[in-house]
Design a protein around this ligand. Structure first.
Ligand SMILES: Nc1nc2c(ncn2[C@@H]2O[C@H](COP(=O)(O)OP(=O)(O)OP(=O)(O)O)[C@@H](O)[C@H]2O)c(=O)[nH]1
Ligand SMILES: [Mg+2]
Length: 201
């Protein structure tokens, strides 16, 4: 995928495994979350316009810590560990959800959550729990239906319908994306920047 560099300076500022190590929030944050293997790290790379900043893996449950990336000294992008990875040991799963919960409930300048789903799947109880949790906390989110390259163009509206019906009204916006072909990424980036910096974009 060919991308023009949308940002100048990106650095991995912090990798957090324990709640106590969460950095003090000083800049606006956008956090990417979703099931294991859905493409969170890939979407961060596509959003930032770098190939291998966030580590991508075909092994589910790869991202086990919270990764904070600082972009142009203006905002932070946060890669959250994936949920719903059944093969992870119970204590590891518990630590993941505790970390995510602590992060989401702490008084941080989280401007927007990016909730990513696999377009080919159907929403289930776990997805519902997540969206209910986020909306109860009044965290604004956008819904990203990723891996659209795996679905024929003509079938995409059919697959998207279930997601839009379930969560669309609560989302700030819904995007269909592919980290492989770059479809939908520009629009997604533009929208997110407008949300965190309404005047400048
Ligand atoms: N076909 C296709 N594959 C994708 C897309 N996005 C990500 N992938 C692939 O899906 C796999 C998982 O991607 P990651 O970005 O590591 O997913 P993740 O959600 O960060 O995974 P965890 O960190 O394990 O929770 C990798 O093999 C990616 O190459 C996409 O849009 N289309
Ligand atoms: Mg990841």
């Amino acid at each position: 995928m060919k991308v023009k560099k949308p940002f100048k300076e990106i650095s991995l500022t912090k990798r957090v495994f324990r709640v106590e190590d969460l950095p003090v929030g000083t800049l606006p944050e956008i956090a990417f979350l979703g099931r294991s293997n859905v493409g969170k790290s890939s979407l961060i790379n596509a959003f930032i316009g770098q190939k291998r900043l966030a580590r991508v893996s075909s092994r589910p449950g790869f991202t086990q810590a919270l990764h904070f990336f600082r972009v142009d000294h203006r905002f932070w992008v946060v890669d959250l560990p994936g949920y719903g990875f059944a093969k992870a040991p119970a204590d590891v799963q518990k630590n993941w959800s505790l970390l995510i919960e602590k992060y989401l409930t702490s008084p941080r300048p989280i401007k927007l959550l990016i909730v990513i789903f696999d377009l080919r799947r159907k929403p289930d109880d776990l997805d519902n729990l997540l969206i209910n949790y986020i909306t109860q906390q009044r965290r604004p989110f956008v819904m990203v239906l990723n891996k659209v390259d795996r679905v024929k163009k003509t079938s995409r509206p059919h697959y998207a319908k279930a997601w839009v019906q379930a969560f669309g009204p609560r989302a700030r916006h819904t995007f269909l994306t592919s980290c492989r072909t770059g479809e939908g990424i520009k629009e997604f980036r533009h929208f997110v920047l407008q949300e965190i910096f309404p005047q400048k974009g």
